[in-house]
Ligand binder design. Structure first.
Ligand code: 3PG
Ligand code: MG
Length: 399
């Protein structure tokens, strides 16, 4: 990923009276049909509004879930109303993604109107980036705008293929994501700190390998830290730990040392005998975990250490919680460090960027998300970006 000038944006697009195919990520979390977090819908409203106000015909393309063929439970029909209520204007829905029904719905659109097509993944050719499916989508529009950074790690017809068929532009959400992420890792103000937490080292190996080469400080938290502590010979008791990855952990530490990246591990821990909210717990040094105890959070000395390091940093990139933040009181370290990062950001001393599914939930829980410079809408795409991988949806938008 490079500077945003490498991409065409809505500033370069003449949308008036044009049929504009806009790929958005409306893959919002739901519970019994209710949207539990509408961040992704809110994030694409500026692009929809701008095209509509400039007299473009907005045709929204999106996926929902991972259907295998047509699945009425994963229809986007209810989402049209959700977008409409937040947009403050009607959003028509077509029960088809391509073909006559979709074409007829597009033909009815007046300048400024908005239409949502059915789940792109109802057609298996979407995920295969099938040329015939791309051509059928391309028939529906004159221009293509990709505003779905959160799906940019997928080389699908609506996220990648279309960019090669129609004049292609980054939408405002895509643009903001690219700009924020470039500031955090490509040309950051140093020192740069990365905070990586979460359960497993195995799911974040590539990410850690990429980060140690790019950042000055790498703070490792959550269950992952236990694997590093165990690799140093510490007894982590019953803690979540990938003992078979001890060599890998030592390799990462070696790579960090060679690159001049300081690794920061917990020095104390909150331990309990049961994995449940309000379990009886005590705080111990990382050398003092008993055989029948498990580490559920970083302790206060670790928090103080991380916050002190944070004060020396100019940029922080955050992915993953420090502890079992969904269980009180084992959210304390995550909440304390997140609040400190938000406060330093507010004082203008830190540029803070966070992303990845559980991270956003953890920052929201801490009431700190608003205080960050930028919180990505992406889960998997944010992780792949942290791994240093090119994102096909972004790459296809290059000039
Ligand atoms: C996401 O939620 O991560 C994106 O919408 C992409 O969805 P996917 O992981 O099913 O490809
Ligand atoms: Mg995903």
């Amino acid at each position: 990923m490079t500077a945003p000038s490498a991409f065409r944006t809505l500033d370069d697009a003449d949308v008036a009276n044009k049929r504009v195919l806009v790929r958005v990520d409306l893959n919002v979390p739901t519970d019994a049909g209710r949207i539990t977090d509408d961040t992704r819908i809110q994030a694409v409203l500026p692009t929809i509004r701008e095209i509509s106000e400039k007299g473009g015909k907005v045709i929204l393309l999106a996926h929902f879930g991972r259907p295998k063929g047509v699945d009425p439970k994963l229809s986007l029909a209810p989402i049209a109303g959700e977008v409409a209520s937040r947009l403050g204007k009607p959003v028509a829905f077509a029960p088809a993604t391509i073909g006559e029904v979709a074409e007829a719905a597009v033909a009815k659109l007046q300048p400024g109107e908005v239409l949502l097509l059915e789940n792109t993944r109802f057609d298996p050719r979407e995920e295969k980036n099938d040329p015939d499916f791309v051509a059928a989508l391309a028939k529906l529009g004159d221009l293509y705008v990709n505003d779905a950074f959160a799906t940019a790690h997928r080389a699908h017809a609506s996220t990648e293929g279309l960019a090669h068929h129609l004049p292609a532009y980054a939408g405002r959400c895509m643009q903001v994501e690219i700009e924020a992420l470039a500031k955090a890792l490509e040309a950051p103000e140093r020192p740069v700190m990365a905070v990586v937490g979460g359960a497993k080292v195995s799911s974040k190996l590539e990410l850690l390998g990429n980060l140690v080469a790019k950042v000055d400080l790498l703070v490792i938290g959550g269950g992952m830290a236990n694997t590093f502590l165990a690799a140093e010979g510490k007894d982590v008791g019953k803690s979540l730990c990938e003992h078979d990855l001890a060599d890998t952990a030592r390799e990462i530490v070696g790579k960090a040392a060679a690159a001049g990246c300081e690794i920061v591990l917990p020095v104390d821990a909150v331990v309990a005998r049961e994995f449940k909210a309000h379990a009886d717990n005590r705080t111990v040094g990382v050398d003092g975990v008993a055989a029948d105890e498990m580490i559920l959070d970083a302790g206060p000395a670790s928090v103080a250490n991380v916050v002190a390091k944070l004060k020396t940093a100019k940029t922080v990139v955050w992915n993953g919680p420090f502890g079992a933040f969904e269980l009180a009181p084992f959210d304390a370290a995550t909440v304390a460090v997140a609040k400190a990062a938000a406060a330093l950001t507010g004082e203008g001393k830190l540029l803070s960027v966070a992303g990845g599914g559980d991270t956003v939930a953890a920052l929201n829980h801490a009431g700190a998300a608003e205080g960050f410079t930028y919180v990505s809408t992406a889960g998997g795409a944010f992780l792949e970006w942290l791994e240093g991988k090119p994102l096909p949806g972004v790459e296809a938008l290059r000039r």
